[in-house]
Design a protein around this ligand. Structure first.
Ligand SMILES: Nc1ncnc2c1ncn2[C@@H]1O[C@H](COP(=O)(O)OP(=O)(O)OP(=O)(O)O)[C@@H](O)[C@H]1O
Ligand SMILES: [Zn+2]
Length: 651
């Protein structure tokens, strides 16, 4: 009998059992001197080896065949070891039996018969189409593309209700579930009970109970982060990926997978529909819809007659802020008017901390991280300088290590904390709230932030990307983007696309209820295509331009891309390995290898990093090329080669 272990092995091991066990059965098996968890797998056992007996069987339902096939497929696609993929959903701690007296708590019981809102004709049409797919129980991908505030959530909740009526389970993936308190509340309101949740901040006991409830089919609606994909649903009937364009769906370490794409694969194995939802869909999904691979449903207007916010640029070359400040007079005036009307304003700056750079004003020395090619970022809330890549932190130095001047360090540029300081000076009587991932940590704090905003204790919200998505604050009518040009620099393939998506999403928080919204973009480049797209609101035209730029060079989604990241603590070894790999690179029609080049973050956590990119035309699969390539080059053990299929980040 072969058993796959959730550790760094690609192959399943062979064990003996007294009686045959069904594939997927979760077992305890000896491994060296330990006893570990494993899953009976579908591979043929290796008869040549002397086998040990299994040590025990867990009283948990076996991993369904759809889950096992999915795990094998993800490993094959991402070039990860199968054991590492299995480990994304199976951990020993999850299987510990619950204490005898533990209360069978609250899973399932979502009631699809409770009434939803009365849908508009456009919403109704989309909901009916989705419900028909759910009812048919066959694989189909739908892109639900609707403007911000058009009621996409209400529409997919109807599809969830349909799956529940059929007795099926539903998986809803959200990019940042720990912060998605408002979405969870809407599920609870719609179905009379809170959904099961799955994310990294659950307590071990909560995880264990949730795992069991999913495996036993008791958890009917699971709202989760990307790792929910690997839960052992026995009767999955619908997958929803909300905010499908979000880069947070890409796991960047360990098994590098894109949960949006893998959700489509998961649905295929389960023969169920999958719905990708966004107001700013990715070029990938738009192209898939254009090619007829995905069905597209549109919601062209906001619910209840609310209009989309008007967007204007503030040209900082003509109307700069006061010296040493970051908010222009026009933005400050708009904030004042908004507050006077009893409405709320939001300032967006995608930079945590107080200042991104700290510099000695005597000698120009900048404080960098010793382990990364990055500056340390000052966080006044923590009274420290912090590396955003590795977490290295020091108190702000009193003396410059370079010229020994005292108290000579000055902050350069703004982070959200510095904007909050400026807001406090300009609006001393208005409650302000900073929302950033190091300040609002976890679901409880997110809920408290939402409560304070809704209770009007807060007039001005200052936030990073955390505030961009999903939130619905009825009184919020003004969004000010402090630095709309941030994110455009750098050669990232999708820099423009991602900037448009993020800024359009944050703009979409304004004017969602009665009062009209307005968006002000502070920029030095109002003529830039990204800013122009935001001003016109014509995202289709923008994506068409993006497509026209990417198509000729076979850049995704018009070709395939994989990255090799070569890293070592010794810079020369990283260079040597990168050169060796480059020399052995695959060649041929439709294949191109770029690099090696130092990665944009050339030093990360003490490792020097080099990158190679493999780009092919669409009809060429990159996995066999990569397998063959990596097998032909011997790389010293101390050099790590990470393979990133469909890279999202180019850092
Ligand atoms: N038919 C309806 N009846 C009553 N309220 C509705 C209806 N449709 C939408 N709403 C309300 O309008 C608001 C916006 O809807 P929803 O959040 O579903 O939009 P969305 O398209 O998911 O937004 P976004 O992409 O900006 O997050 C919500 O408060 C929602 O409850
Ligand atoms: Zn660092």
């Amino acid at each position: 009998m072969s058993v796959l272990l959730p550790y760094k092995f690609d192959t399943a091991f062979t064990y003996a059992a007294d009686e045959p066990l069904a594939p997927g059965t979760l077992v305890r098996v000896p491994l060296g001197s330990r006893v570990v968890v494993g899953a009976v797998w579908d591979d043929a056992p290796d008869m040549a080896v002397k086998v040990k007996p299994i040590a025990g069987v867990y009283a948990v339902p076996p991993l369904p065949e759809t889950t096992r096939k999915f795990i094998d497929w993800v490993a094959g696609y991402t070039l990860a070891r199968r054991g590492d993929v299995l480990a994304l959903g199976l951990k020993e701690q999850l299987l510990v039996a619950p204490p005898k007296r533990a209360k069978q708590f609250a899973f399932g019981g979502a009631d699809p018969a409770l009434p939803g809102p009365v849908l508009s004709p456009a919403q109704e049409a989309a909901a009916t189409a989705l419900c028909a797919s759910v009812w048919a129980q066959k694989f189909e991908v739908t892109l639900l593309d609707g403007v911000t505030g058009s009621g996409k959530t209400e529409v997919y909740l109807e599809a969830v209700a349909e799956a529940l009526r059929l007795g099926r389970q539903v998986m809803v993936l959200l990019p940042e579930i720990a912060l998605s308190i408002q979405v969870l509340e809407r599920f609870a309101a719609r179905f009379g009970t809170a959904p099961a949740v799955w994310h990294s901040e659950l307590t071990p006991a909560h995880r264990r109970e949730t795992y069991r409830a999913v495996a036993e089919g008791r958890a009917d609606v699971v709202v989760g982060a990307r790792s929910a994909l690997f839960l052992p649903f026995p009767k999955l009937g619908l997958i929803v990926v909300d905010e499908e364009h979000e880069t947070a769906f890409k796991q960047e370490d360990g098994v590098m997978y894109n949960a949006r794409d893998m959700a489509v694969v998961r649905a295929k194995f389960c023969a169920c529909p999958v719905v990708l939802v966004s107001a700013t869909p990715s070029l990938e999904s738009v192209e898939n819809a254009a090619q007829g691979r995905y069905r597209k449903l549109d919601l062209p207007s906001r619910h209840g007659g609310a209009s989309l916010p008007k967007t204007h640029a503030i040209d900082l070359r003509q109307a700069p802020p006061e010296r040493g400040k970051f908010l222009s007079p026009r933005l400050l005036a708009a904030m004042r008017e908004t507050l006077e009307r009893g409405e709320q304003a939001m300032l967006f700056l995608n930079r945590r901390g107080y200042a991104p750079l700290t510099l000695c004003r005597k000698c120009g020395h900048r404080i960098a991280c010793p382990h990364c090619s990055a500056w340390l970022v000052e966080h006044r809330s923590h009274a420290r300088l912090i590396c955003h890549h590795c977490g290295h932190t020091i108190p702000k130095p009193v003396q410059c290590p370079s010229c020994e001047a005292e108290n000579s360090f000055v902050p350069i540029g703004p982070g959200v904390e510095r904007i909050a300081e400026e807001v406090a000076e300009a609006f001393p009587d208005t409650g302000a709230l900073v929302m950033a991932s190091d300040i609002i940590v976890g679901p409880a704090q997110a809920a408290e932030a939402a409560r304070r905003i809704n209770a009007r204790e807060v007039g001005i919200i200052i936030g990073t990307q955390m505030v961009a998505k999903g939130w619905h604050f009825p009184l919020l009518t003004l969004v000010g983007v402090v630095d709309a040009d941030l994110g455009l620099a750098g050669g990232d393939l999708r820099a423009s696309e991602h900037t448009v998506q993020m800024l359009h999403q944050v703009a979409g928080r304004a004017g969602r209820a009665g009062a009209p919204g307005q968006v002000l973009l502070q920029t030095f480049a109002p003529e830039h295509p990204v800013i122009a797209a935001l001003l016109s609101g014509d995202l289709q035209e923008f994506l068409a331009q993006e497509a026209a730029q990417r198509r000729p060079g076979h850049w995704p989604p018009f070709g395939r891309l994989a990255a090799l990241i070569i890293s070592a603590t010794d810079e020369r070894m990283a260079d040597q390995a990168a050169r060796d790999l480059a020399r052995a690179a695959p060649r041929g029609q439709g294949i191109q290898v770029l690099g090696p080049a130092p990665a944009p973050i050339a030093l990360l956590r003490g490792r020097f990093r080099r990158r190679l990119l493999l780009k092919t035309t669409r009809e060429i699969a990159v996995q066999p090329l990569l397998r063959d390539w990596l097998a032909r080059v011997e790389v010293p053990r101390v050099v790590r080669v990470d393979v990133d299929i469909d890279p999202v980040s180019f850092m």
